[in-house]
Structures are given as C-alpha cells and as structure tokens.
Design a protein around this ligand. Sequence first.
Ligand SMILES: C[S@@+](CC[C@H](N)C(=O)[O-])C[C@H]1O[C@@H](n2cnc3c(N)ncnc32)[C@H](O)[C@@H]1O
Length: 220
Amino acid sequence: MQRIPEPELMNDFAQARAYAMADFEEPHSHFIELFKEQFPESFDDAALDLGCGSGDITVRLAEVFPQCRIYGVDGANRMLQFARNRIDHLMLHERIKLIHALLPDVDLPLKRFNTIISNSLLHHLDSPAMLWQMVNDYSQSGSRIFMMDLMRPESREQAEKMVRKYSDSEPDILKEDFFNSLLAAYRVDEVEAQLKDAGLDYLTVKAVSDRHLVIYGTRP
Ligand SMILES: C[S@@+](CC[C@H](N)C(=O)[O-])C[C@H]1O[C@@H](n2cnc3c(N)ncnc32)[C@H](O)[C@@H]1O
C-alpha cells in the first residue's frame, strides 16, 4: 500500500485533546523500556525530544532518569498546552522546557545534545530528510539517538483491523487519527533508505511490534 501523507501539525483542539487523553500506556512504556535496554546508564545532562506533543513520553523519560533535563519541541501550541498542564501537575517545570517551533526552524539553547529522542513524529513528515538533518546537526560523537514510530501496514484492511484491535474504546476522532497515521507511516526499508541518504547508517531500524518500529544507535 502506498503512503498517504497526513498533516504535519496537530493544531486542532479536539484532536489534541483526544490525543492527550488517550491511553498510550502500552506503546509509551514500551518506548521507555526499549530506550533503557539500549541505553541503561543514567544521564544528567539535557535531552532533546523532537515533536514532543502533549508530553507523555517527555515526562516518562524525566521520571525514569531523574537527573536529566529535557527540551521538548513541537509546532502545535494546542499540543504544547496539554504538555504544559502535565508538566506543571507533576512539578517537572524546572527540568522540562517546552519550545514552540516548526521544525527544522528552532532556536535551541544548546548546539549539541547527548540524547535525542522522538516518538511518532516521523510519520507526520513528508520530507523526513529534515528530521535526519536535525539528528546530524544536533548530535555529536557519543550521542544516543532513539526514536519510535508507526509502521505502515500492507493494506487499508490491515490498518482498519489495527484500529479496531488497539483503539476500540477510544473516541472516533482518535481512531480516525490512528488510521490516518498508519497510512502515513514509513516502513523499515524506507527508513533505512532515508538514513543511508542522510549518512546515518550507524542507526539501526527494527520492527518491535505489529505496528511500531524503532530507530536507534550511538553516533560514532
Ligand atoms: C503523534 S504526535 C506525537 C507526540 C509525542 N511525541 C507523543 O509521543 O505523545 C506528533 C507531534 O509532532 C508534531 N509535529 C509534526 N510535524 C512537526 C514539525 N515540522 N515541527 C514541530 N512539530 C511537529 C505535531 O504537532 C504533534 O504534536
């Protein structure tokens, strides 16, 4: 099945609210578990979270690595508002700073990061080269890169099945969002080709569930 793009930013209030309220316990705890498996050592400097959205992954990473700081960047203010509420509620505002910016145009407080993460940003991008260029620009030798995203199924029917299986109890707007995201997602071979073009062959791409892939590695 051919990729069908979806809009980059999640600026619609109902969409942002449904996403922020959704139950992502399974995939998001899987993200953290796999990150820790790859990079078990604690760190106390700043991480960069690209497309942080409503901040669930950002907060989970901050909780698991209590010494670190995180800069979360997103282009949708609607999503960032939910992230701000979450961060304030957990009193993490000293450690997590949110930046509103349409990537790749962002003014970051650091030139390089030792940890760069991202969850579910890649499938929003029609020009994924932009994301890989950011990884090149903002990492340095030893930087840890870890990203997770959806993986496009073989057919619309399979995508529909996944929506029923994994989001049946969620509101319709979230189901629709999930379906569109599955259709917009890249496949392992496509991501590998993107990484090769970007000179990021040191990163590994791997399917980790029926609908998720991860991209990870340490910059040589
Ligand atoms: C599916 S959400 C994922 C949010 C969060 N990482 C999570 O896992 O819960 C994707 C986010 O990427 C943001 N986004 C997409 N394209 C972007 C761009 N070019 N610059 C900044 N943010 C972008 C959207 O606004 C949205 O909040």
